[in-house]
Write a protein that binds this ligand. Structure first.
Ligand code: NDP
Length: 491
């Protein structure tokens, strides 16, 4: 009997419809909080990627010929459908990623809808320039789409990542082949269905599932014009190498080890809230997290006392329970890696104030739970202060003065984000100007509205997502010289 798509199959989505993989392979997707199987995911091989590229090229030919206004209307209709299905999509996200339902509707689903709405609004405004060259000539530029964009996503914000990539790419007239993380593949397909329902022509947004090899096939395909990648620095290097072979355009949204600086005049309650948001949201699995927390020595003890009390009151457990603050980490291996960093922190001489323990949650014995950890007495050269842990582990250090803390904050190969808490406006802006990071928050942390560019300095990335400037990364400029006079020729 030939294989069919059933309720427990998560299909590929190519050319406007769900399909089985030609490869004949599939893999298991499970709920990290329960260990139970969610779906059998169709795994794209070389021939599936070929099929997706052919579909995306065809889709591009139709889509790029529409007006920006028409493209924008489709994206805005998709945003409206997402808002209607907000809770259903949020629950998918919770089941796939283990994050709490208290976060997902707003941080994941609304954020995705915002991106489609925002770029839907901008689609009609993708334009070139007129350049006056005197009475007998002028030039103009056309801002044209790139073609097929290969997109590869991480597992921590699967729906948001898919939308943040698709919205500007599609607004500009490109088509896309998206590979979600193998661990969180569900909502990329849901987004494809919604886009089709909203009127997107077939082949404009395709989904291929798989592991690193599928990503490699996509990033190295000669007919893919751009690669937009969200993931770790080591994988980013491999993807860049693949893209280099055919000189593709690239956007890289990579990891971080961001500093959060808390001056002695800060509002203490807000600073503690900021530090908790910067470390414990989504189990600490957030690229922009401010995991190196520099607290002025004069307020250190008060800060730690308040932080400890509020951290110990956090509820860890069933991600579907609205009262849960922190859910399950993504896999047992990842939990082990994070716990190993806790062990290492103690070995390196940091003081574990609270947390850092594996937790067993009744009814969720196969989940990957741990208590949020706070280290004090940290030193800049400790591995827990230099390497991205990607879990709920905060490292607190003290500082005395501004220049010293700025130098220490900048002493990292990463540069994704940073935060500054102070009541002194002048100091806030002075410090921000010196910090080498792509996104900086003053008196808050980890807010990423659709209209504000997001991306990294140094090894944290290339290019920006969100904001009008993301359109620049999904278009290319054609310059056209127009002669109105005679051709000068000395021959
Ligand atoms: P990885 O780098 O492990 O994986 C990212 C994606 O790349 C996944 O889809 C993965 O597939 C795929 N992949 C793996 N190997 C290859 C390859 N050789 N070629 C092409 N694709 C490949 O990151 P994680 O998924 O573990 O995500 C965590 C990382 O992402 C952290 O470093 C975090 O900081 C970063 N991140 C950055 C963000 C930003 O905007 N700057 C936002 C969110 C996360 P598979 O899942 O099957 O392995």
């Amino acid at each position: 009997m030939s294989k069919k798509i059933t309720k427990t199959t998560l299909p590929l989505y190519i050319g406007g419809k769900a399909c089985l993989a030609i490869s004949g392979k599939s893999f298991r997707n499970e709920n990290p909080a329960t260990g139970r199987k969610l779906t059998d995911v169709e795994q794209a091989g070389r021939r599936d990627i070929e099929k997706a590229v052919v579909a995306a090229r065809k889709g591009f030919q139709t889509w790029s010929q529409l007006t920006g206004m028409e493209r924008g209307q489709v994206l805005k209709r998709a945003a409206a459908l997402i808002r209607e299905r907000r809770m259903e999509l949020a629950k998918n996200e919770v089941r796939d990623s283990g994050k709490p339902i208290a976060e997902a509707p707003e941080a994941d689903i609304d954020s995705g809808a915002d991106a489609l709405e925002y770029f839907g609004g901008l689609a009609a405004d993708v334009k070139g320039e007129h350049l006056d060259l005197g009475p007998e000539a002028f030039a103009y530029t056309r801002r044209e789409p790139l073609g097929i964009c290969g997109a590869i996503g991480a597992w921590n914000y699967p729906f948001q990542i898919a939308c943040w990539k698709a919205a500007p790419a599609l607004a500009a007239g490109n088509s896309m082949i998206f590979k979600p993380s193998e661990m969180t593949p569900t909502n990329a397909v849901k987004l494809a269905e919604i886009l089709t329902e909203a009127g997107l022509p077939n082949g404009v947004y395709n989904v291929v599932h798989g592991m690193g090899e599928t990503g490699h096939l996509l990033a190295s395909h000669p007919d893919v014009d751009k690669v937009t990648f969200t993931g770790s620095v080591p994988t980013g290097r491999k993807v860049l190498k693949d893209a280099a072979a055919t000189i593709k355009h690239v956007t890289m949204e990579l990891g971080g080890k961001s500093p959060l600086i808390i001056f002695d005049d800060s509002d203490l309650k807000n600073a503690v809230s900021g530090a908790m948001n910067a470390n414990f949201f989504t189990q600490g699995e957030v690229c922009s997290n401010g995991t190196r927390v520099y607290v002025h020595e004069d307020i250190h003890d008060d800060f730690i006392a308040a932080l400890k009390e509020r951290t110990e009151a956090m509820v860890v457990g069933d991600p579907m329970n609205p009262k849960t603050d922190m859910g399950s980490l993504i896999t047992p291996d990842h939990l082990d890696k994070v716990l190993e960093y806790v062990r290492l922190g103690i070995e390196e001489g940091a003081h574990l104030v609270t947390g850092g323990e594996k937790l067993t949650v009744k009814g969720f014995e196969k989940g990957n739970f741990m208590s949020p950890a706070i280290f004090t007495a940290c030193q800049d050269d400790m591995r827990i202060c230099r390497e991205e842990i990607f879990g709920p582990v905060m490292s607190v250090m003290t500082f005395k003065d501004e220049d010293e803390v700025v130098n220490r904050a900048n002493d990292t190969e990463f540069g994704l984000s940073a935060g500054v808490f102070t009541q002194d406006l002048t100091r806030a802006h002075r410090v921000v100007a010196k910090l080498r990071a792509g996104s900086i928050w003053i008196n808050n942390y980890n807010l990423t509205p659709a209209g504000v560019p997001f991306g990294g300095y140094k090894q944290s990335g290339i290019g920006r997502e969100n904001a009008a400037m993301a359109l620049e990364h999904f278009t290319q400029v054609k310059s056209v010289y127009v002669e109105l006079g005679d051709v000068e020729c000395s021959y």
